[in-house]
Structures are given as structure tokens and as C-alpha cells.
Design a protein around this ligand. Structure first.
Ligand code: NAD
Length: 486
């Protein structure tokens, strides 16, 4: 079986990267492109043996990396960022071919952000001040010790971007890493291994293992040498991982799904509100943060819906490599079936498709807006992860807040309102890790990111990432070096 896949002239190694070596598995699995469903090639199919080897490599490399001066760690992370920047075109075409998201977004937004993730956490590391407190003459000195080998497990909807949110702070903090990308989008993680090695990251500090979560996952998440697990993905997988990690009480960070609301008040700039709503079809709706539940004040619902449909029907769906395309394919035939199942069950239950409501050609789903949906219905309560939005109306602010908070999730919420006092009032009552007011998706890397309720445990970003990836230590020294029991 060949060890490489070539996409647009870019060669991607399909084996694991363990201890600075490419390692094959006896078995492989097929990777296909959502653009046409065609097979791209065979990927190493790891299991417990590969998991053990990768964790052992991370464990062996840990002491030296943890002891590497901060300035040197930061220098290598900047060199990785340089490597990403040099290969933006390569990374963009490989990611688009593998997961179907727009090439123009990968080129201009996602891959530059990947580089920025490394630079940001390198700089953050250098700016980290050890804190000192004084208690009755005793010096309390707080330090961030690296935790050890970290297992990082990522989904397919934004593969490299989400992986580097974890890899960059974990490495910056002095940890070693075993990264397990999703089996539907395994390729850019392999390129990252090449880039990191070329940047001088020592062998074993970053390891990449490929395979099905069900086959390699438990061996990683129940491993006694693993000190942190960071997972982005679905709620059922998170519950499984939490149970597996419980064997060693391994600390977990969980970034999970959402069913976020967009609240449109009658005092909103309607053009902006429509733009925000249509934006929710980005990445073919495969965005954890997507505001898939549009809640509109009843007095403007008709006008909003008319303008929404006018705008949504101008979106161009097609090949994600084409610069003119607005919406690409969905990741996999199985995901498409799942999406269509949700929509058909909603229609059978009495929902009305104002637009869409059916499959397109190939792996494409028609951008869909469903009305006449009940708050307790499946389509309002469950994450679809496709280009499917629902629209409900409200009369009062109280009702809007109750609908917005009325699911098991709490990842994000977006408000469209022209009244700053209302924005403040409503924001204070929303259960959400991020609230956007008259905007969407923008976030400073210093700010926390994560969800409440079933949307997750913990936060990523700035200081929250370092707190997670470090063992915080308080060293208390007696005055003048004498012991004082007090
Ligand atoms: P998933 O849970 O099916 O898979 C995610 C990862 O977990 C994959 O790498 C998979 O191989 C692995 N996995 C599967 N079973 C495992 C096991 N038993 N042990 C260890 N690992 C295992 O999720 P998905 O379908 O790839 O991604 C979509 C989900 O991710 C959606 O729910 C979406 O909302 C969520 N998501 C959340 C965020 C966020 O930051 N909150 C971002 C993107 C996606």
C-alpha cells in the first residue's frame, strides 16, 4: 500500500508520526473527498499498539522538552508558524480536498490563523509572569509546571485549526503531545508533523496517530501516562472519553456541540440581522458555534423571512475549490443521511421548509430554513451539523430568553438589536460561553472559548489554556528561610 497521497502536487504521508519516525500499521482505512466522494487513498489504521508507542514516545521526550528554556520553546513555535505560513497554499488545498470547506477561507482565514495560534501561544508563554503573594512574611510563589504527555482528539469540521488551538498551548507550556485527528479528515495533521519537524521540534514532542476513534481511542484516553486529554467533538464521544479517563482521573477539556440561538429584535438593523442569519450556512452548517435557531420578534418575522430567503437563494453552492462558491459539500455520505433524516422527520412532524428541505446533487444539501417548529421538537433540540436552520417567533424579551436558553446546550448566542441596554440585559440572562452582539465569529485568542451545559467542560484561549495544560504549583518559603508553623 503506498505511504503517500498526492493532492494538487502536495505529498501527504499517510502513516503515523511517532517518536520522530513515520510508522505504518498492518491495516489501513480509506479517506475520501467530500467534493466528489472519490477515494483519496489509504491511511494507517492505528490501534492500541500504536497508541502505546505514541504515548511512550511522548513520555520519553517530556523531561527534555519541559526543561527547554521558555525562549527556546517559543522560538521553535514561531518557526512552526513560519513553516505554516510558507505552506499555506499546500495546507489549504489539502484541507479543502479532505474536508470540503471553502478553499478561499482556508487560504485567507483559517491557515493564517493556524500560524497565528502558534505565534500567540509562543508570545503568551514569554509574557507569563510567575505570581508572588506575601502572607505574614512568607513568600507564596506560583509557577506553571508542564503537566506531561497530552492526548488531543479533534473533529473533522475545522481539522487543523482546532488541532492547533490545542497543540500550540500544550507545546508552549512544555508538554508533549499525541494528536489524533478525525478519520474523515486525517491529512493536514500529517503535514503539521512535517512542518514541526522541519522547524526543529525534537522527536517525540509531537506525535500524530491515525485511526478510528472506536479502535484507538480507549488506549489513548485510559493510558496511565497521559496527564491531560483535550477533546473537541460530539457529546456522546465526550461521555465515552470521560468514562475512560476516569480510570486515572485524567483532567479533561471538552469542547462539544451546540444549538445556539440568533435573537433578532424588532429594533435591529434588519439587513445586518439577515446577513448574520445567512452566515450560519458557512462551512455547509458544520460549525459548532452556528446559530442554527433563529428567534425573531413577531412584528418583523414576515419581513425578516422574506429578506432571508432572497439572500439565501443567491448563495452559490458547488465545488469548494472555486473562489465563487459560498457553500461546499457536507463531509461524508453518512453525515448527509443524518442531516436529511433530521429534516424529513421535522417535515413529517409538521415543519414547513421555507427554503431547501432536501438533498442536492452528490454530497450537497440544499440550504434549509424550517418554520412551524415546536420548542420541544427534535429539530429544535438536537444538533444537526448541516445547513439547516429553524425559525421561531417571540413576542416579549422574556419569551426570547426562555426560547434561547431552552435546550441542553450553552455554547454561544448571537443578538441583533439596536438597543445597547437590551443587549446588556439579555446577555446577562443567556446561558452561553460566547455572546455576540450585532456580530458573529470574531474572537480574540486571549478571550475564553467554550460552552456551558452539554456544550463542554472548561475553556480554551489565553490564560485558560495555560491553566489547563499546566500543574500550578505554589511554593511557600518561610521568612528568612526559617520554618514557621502558623
Ligand atoms: P466525534 O465525536 O464523532 O469525533 C471527534 C473525534 O473523536 C474524532 O477524532 C474521532 O475519531 C474521535 N473519537 C471517536 N470515538 C472515540 C473514542 N471512543 N475515544 C476517543 N476518541 C474517539 O465528532 P465529529 O463528528 O468528528 O465532530 C462533530 C462534533 O464536534 C459536533 O458535535 C460539533 O459540534 C463538535 N465540535 C465542537 C467544537 C467546539 O469547539 N465546541 C468545534 C468543532 C466541532
Amino acid at each position: 500500500m503506498p505511504d503517500k497521497i498526492t493532492i494538487g502536487g502536495v505529498s501527504v504521508d499517510t502513516r503515523h508520526w511517532i517518536g520522530g519516525q513515520r510508522v505504518a500499521s498492518a491495516e489501513t482505512f480509506s479517506d475520501s473527498s467530500p467534493i466528489d466522494g472519490g477515494t483519496l487513498g489509504e491511511i494507517a489504521r492505528g490501534g492500541p499498539a500504536e497508541a502505546d508507542a505514541a504515548v511512550a514516545a511522548a513520555r520519553d521526550a517530556f523531561p527534555a522538552w519541559a526543561a527547554t528554556p521558555r525562549a527556546e520553546r517559543a522560538r521553535i513555535l514561531h518557526a512552526i508558524a513560519d513553516g505554516v505560513e510558507k505552506r499555506i497554499e499546500d495546507l489549504a488545498i489539502v484541507e479543502t480536498t479532505d474536508n470540503g470547506a471553502l478553499l478561499r477561507s482556508h487560504r485567507r482565514g483559517v491557515m493564517p490563523r493556524v500560524a497565528h495560534n502558534f505565534r500567540f501561544f509562543a508570545d503568551w508563554l514569554l509574557s507569563l509572569e510567575h505570581e508572588d503573594f506575601d502572607t505574614r512574611g512568607h513568600r507564596n510563589h506560583v509557577s506553571w509546571d508542564p503537566a506531561g504527555p497530552c492526548v488531543l482528539i479533534t473533529p473533522w469540521n475545522a481539522p487543523l485549526m482546532l488541532a492547533t488551538w490545542k497543540v500550540a498551548p500544550a507545546l508552549a507550556a512544555g508538554n508533549t503531545v499525541v494528536l489524533k485527528p478525525a478519520e474523515w479528515s486525517p491529512l493536514t495533521a500529517s503535514l503539521l508533523a512535517d512542518i514541526a519537524a522541519a522547524a526543529g521540534l525534537p522527536a517525540g514532542v509531537l506525535n500524530v496517530v491515525q485511526g478510528y476513534g472506536a479502535e484507538i481511542g480507549d488506549a489513548l484516553t485510559s493510558h496511565p501516562d497521559v496527564r491531560r486529554i483535550s477533546f473537541t467533538g460530539s457529546v456522546p464521544t465526550a461521555k465515552h472519553i470521560a468514562a475512560s479517563a476516569a480510570a486515572n482521573l485524567t483532567p479533561l477539556s471538552l469542547e462539544l456541540g451546540g444549538k445556539s440561538p440568533l435573537l433578532v429584535f424588532a429594533d435591529a438593523d434588519l439587513d445586518l440581522a439577515v446577513d448574520l442569519a445567512v452566515e450560519q450556512y458557512d462551512n455547509a452548517g458544520q460549525v459548532c458555534l452556528a446559530a442554527t435557531r433563529i428567534l425573531v420578534e413577531d412584528t418583523i418575522a414576515e419581513e425578516f423571512t422574506r429578506r432571508f430567503v432572497d439572500k439565501a437563494t443567491t448563495l452559490r453552492q458547488g465545488d469548494p475549490r472555486d473562489e465563487a462558491t459560498d457553500i461546499g459539500p457536507n463531509i461524508h455520505a453518512r453525515q448527509l443521511e443524518k442531516i436529511d433524516g433530521f429534516v424529513q422527520r421535522a417535515l413529517e412532524a409538521g415543519a414547513r421548509a421555507v427554503t431547501g428541505g432536501h438533498r442536492g446533487d452528490g454530497q450537497y444539501y440544499a440550504p434549509t430554513l424550517l418554520t412551524d417548529v415546536a420548542q420541544d421538537s427534535e429539530i429544535v433540540q438536537e444538533e444537526v451539523f448541516g445547513p439547516v436552520l429553524t425559525l421561531q417567533t417571540f413576542t416579549t424579551e422574556d419569551e426570547a430568553v426562555a426560547l434561547a436558553n431552552g435546550t441542553r446546550f450553552g455554547l454561544a448566542a448571537t443578538l441583533a438589536t439596536g438597543d445597547p441596554e437590551r443587549a446588556e440585559r439579555v446577555t446577562a440572562r443567556l446561558v452561553a460561553g460566547t455572546v455576540w452582539v450585532n456580530c458573529f465569529f470574531v474572537r480574540d485568542l486571549q478571550a475564553p472559548f467554550g460552552g456551558s451545559r452539554l456544550s463542554g467542560v472548561g475553556r480554551e484561549g489565553g490564560t485558560w489554556s495555560f491553566d489547563f495544560y499546566c500543574d500550578l504549583k505554589n511554593t511557600v518559603t518561610a521568612p528568612n528561610g526559617f520554618t514557621d508553623h502558623g
